[in-house]
Design a protein around this ligand. Sequence first.
Ligand SMILES: NC(=O)c1ccc[n+]([C@@H]2O[C@H](COP(=O)([O-])OP(=O)(O)OC[C@H]3O[C@@H](n4cnc5c(N)ncnc54)[C@H](OP(=O)(O)O)[C@@H]3O)[C@@H](O)[C@H]2O)c1
Length: 337
Amino acid sequence: MRLYKIPHASGIDSLTMVEAETPHPARGQVLVRMRAASLNYRDLMIVQGRAARGAPAADLVPLSDGAGEVVAVGPDVTRVKPGDRVAAAFMQSWIGGPIGPEDAPSSLGGAIDGVLAEYKLFDHTGLVHIPDHLSFEQAATLPCAAVTAWNALFGGQPMLPGDSVLVLGTGGVSVFALQFAVAAGFTVVATSSSDAKLDTMRRLGATHGINYRTEPEWQDRVVALTGGGVARVVEVGGPGTLGRSIAAARQGGEIGLIGVLTTGGDISPVTAMRKGLILRGIYVGSRQMFEAMNRAISTHKLEPVIDRVFPFEQAADAYRHLESQKHLGKIVIRIGD
Ligand SMILES: NC(=O)c1ccc[n+]([C@@H]2O[C@H](COP(=O)([O-])OP(=O)(O)OC[C@H]3O[C@@H](n4cnc5c(N)ncnc54)[C@H](OP(=O)(O)O)[C@@H]3O)[C@@H](O)[C@H]2O)c1
């Protein structure tokens, strides 16, 4: 079988395709023929050696997100059978409840080998069935970006239909947050550096779009458009946007702390304190969140927004497309025919 490794994380060119023996499942393990994988901003940070936990282990197999079909199972596997269509949970050990100290060290494509391979062994407890109406390429977009968006909207204090949500930019997490928010009956304000992308976000259901380049004080308009601020911010910007996100939130609102796309920024806790905001750290989500999200995706027949699909042999081009930030939604790599 063929797979990719990162011998030394020195940039996209360090991605290396290699050949290896196809593994066999031991007790509790499942062999999955991977059919598609998808990229997240984190994968760019990892290949560039600037991930939060530093350079990855040498020869890491990249990418957390993929989908495929079960081809063989070891003894004592009860949750899946050959022929099942599955995806892997981002953190293989986090089943439900609050995140534990053992869970981050089980993250695919970062702490442990990932899914950019033609075949991959998983523990059966780390797999979920994918919605029937989704292709492998669509399902490969779910494990990180979609579960993160789901957790930001539904893992904190309850939201009600009619509440408003702010999503920043038009990357993978933000577009899923828009789709889930629209399905749940929330009003969505979207920001982007591109008017064309804002048009697409409106077509996907955003009520308002604000260009954060031409309108740098966008938080004032969010407050005006929503009659006092949003109930929830899906905060993917980090230090450079958090102060404005705090200003854009309503009294008692909640900010999901997710991303680190920006640096700088001078954040005072005073506004958050006076508004009684909840600042909630989010690290993707559990397998049970993934399963709950899949039920919603199936019920609403939601389809992930895929910007572009690249063949397995052109994985590096997929990374370069992510780096360009020209995409809206998800970038996918097809594995096999
Ligand atoms: N904590 C977690 O569990 C978790 C999970 C997933 C992702 N993340 C983090 O969340 C962030 C987004 O990830 P992703 O995979 O969705 O990224 P992505 O698909 O690469 O999307 C990046 C998009 O962010 C937007 N952006 C960049 N700078 C911005 C700014 N100053 N203000 C508003 N938007 C800005 C741009 O949208 P426009 O082109 O429209 O301007 C860009 O296309 C990353 O920092 C990632 O590491 C964290």
